[in-house]
Design a protein around this ligand. Sequence first.
Ligand SMILES: [Fe+2]
Length: 200
Amino acid sequence: MIEKMPLPYNYNALEPYLSSTTLYTHYNRHYLGYLDKLNTLLKKYNLNLTKEEMIKNIDKFELKDRGQILFNLSGVLNHELYFKNMSNKKNNLPQGKLKEDINRDFGSFENFKEAFIISANNLMGSGYTFLVKDKLANKLLIINTSNQDSPYSYDFIPIMTIDLWEHAYYLDYLNNRKEYINNWFNLIDFQLVEEDYKKI
Ligand SMILES: [Fe+2]
C-alpha cells in the first residue's frame, strides 16, 4: 500500500497563478486517482520496494500488469515532485549547490530558465518538462517526457518538474499554456528543490 503525500499547502495558496479549483481537482481527482489505481494493481504483490525501485524493477511484475503499473506509478511520482516543490514563499531563484551546478551546465540561471521554457513550450501532447540529473555524466539536463513517463525509466534523477497536461492549467489559462509556463516560475520554490538536490 503506497501512502498518499499530503498537499503541502492550502488549495488557495498558489493563487493567483493557480486557482484553488485547479489545485483541488488536480490533487484529489488526478493525483489520488493514479494512487488509487496503483494500490489496486499492487494488491496481489508483496514486494518491499520503494516507488523509485519499482520503476527500475518493473520486470518483477507480471507482464500483463507492467504497462498499467508503470503508468500509474510514474503518475504518482511525477505529481508528488510537481506539488512538493511549489510554494508561495517566493524562493524563485536557485541557491547553494543547485545554483552552482545550473551555472556550470547552463551558463547562468537566465539561460537555464530560457531553455526550460523553450523545452516546455515545445512539448507535444501531454507530458512534463523536467530538470534531471544524469548521474553517470554528473550533469544536469532539461528533458521532456510524454504522458506519465518518468525520468527514472531513462536512468535520470528528476529534480523539478512542470506538469503540462491540460488538467494542470486549463481551468485558469484555457489554451494559453505559454502563460502558465512563465507564471510557474513564480511558484517553483528553489529552497525546497535544493533540500532534495543535496541528497542525490
Ligand atoms: Fe497532472
